[in-house]
Design a protein around this ligand. Structure first.
Ligand code: AMP
Length: 287
């Protein structure tokens, strides 16, 4: 085991924490639970987890105090730090959006000229306004941005949205998207070769875990004369596996498929005579 572990920054608390730790766990990395600690070492992989405040993580990565971090892309953009995004993680998907009170006449961002906009993301908003040639008054507030129009603090808001239910509950309408975000792994410009090597090993595991998510292993019995028709419907990693069944005239067809895609073709599979269809979760997928 390396004497210099890869230091990975994760949220101390917040939305990204559980999924970040879950991802490491699915990569086979066992971390002693360090909720009350600032850092924890993994028992079976050369990494050390640093539990930090979300908004501090970009700075720690840039300075090389942490070698990598799991962080929302939006936070990296807002903090304007020089770090490299090495992997999109596909969770904590959200968008930074402009929203206005229901009923306000809004045709486009130009309608925000001269208006007061409340946000916790002033840098990202300012960039968007500049790009659209709009001058507006940005009110930076650190939380509960959605109540700003109701209490007369602002005419519009710019906030993170995932389902839209918070906006809806507060009588706001989502108008334009300023940026889209998801959790990513960001790496420090200071990372040394030894730790880069550990990062590559970690990324290999992460890619295998992510590839398996949403993918299913599909098995079914198909009349042998229909195998060609059925395989045309199936996008496989290479091509489906076709095995003869003990019963003459029947074959077993196996493939890997996205769950959503499966539901699109299920009716056609059955029309072609597929029976005994099994859909099995995949734990890891080594590409
Ligand atoms: P937290 O520390 O809990 O405030 O985490 C905030 C981060 O979670 C944001 O910077 C986003 O990257 C991510 N996120 C995902 N969906 C949302 C959402 N609907 N509202 C706020 N943050 C979100």
């Amino acid at each position: 085991m390396s004497t210099k572990p890869l230091r990975i920054a994760v949220q101390k608390k917040g939305r990204l924490l559980d999924e970040s730790i879950q991802l490491l766990k699915e990569c086979g990395i066992k971390i002693d639970n360090g909720r009350d600690q600032l850092k924890a070492a993994a028992r079976n992989f050369p990494i050390e987890v640093l539990y930090l405040r979300n908004s501090d993580i970009p700075q720690y990565i840039q300075d090389g105090v942490a070698d990598i971090g799991i962080i929302g892309e939006n936070t990296l953009i807002e903090k304007e730090k020089e770090v490299e995004i090495v992997q999109q993680l596909g969770f904590s998907r959200c968008r930074l959006s402009l929203a206005t009170p229901k009923g306000m006449d809004y045709q486009g961002p130009a309608d925000l000229e001269g208006k007061r906009i409340a946000t916790s993301y002033p840098v990202s908003l300012q960039r968007y306004l500049d790009a659209n040639n709009i001058r507006a008054d940005i009110h930076e507030i650190s939380g509960s941005v959605e109540i700003a129009p109701n209490i007369g603090l602002a005419d519009a808001i710019c906030d993170l949205v995932s389902t839209g239910s918070t906006l809806f509950k507060n009588g706001l309408e989502e108008q334009d998207i300023v940026l889209k975000s998801e959790a990513v792994i960001a790496a420090s410009p200071q990372i040394d070769a030894e730790r880069r090597d550990i990062l590559d090993r970690l990324l290999f595991r992460i890619k295998s875990v992510l590839a398996a998510r949403n993918k299913k292993y599909l098995l079914m019995n198909v009349p042998t004369e229909k195998v060609a028709d059925v395989t045309k419907l199936l996008p496989g990693m290479r091509s489906p596996t076709v095995l003869p069944l003990a019963e003459p005239g029947w074959s077993s067809v196996h493939t890997v498929i996205e769950e959503g895609r499966f539901w699109e073709i299920i009716d056609e599979l059955r029309t072609k005579g597929a029976e005994g269809i099994l859909i099995v979760p995949i734990d890891k997928m080594i590409l």
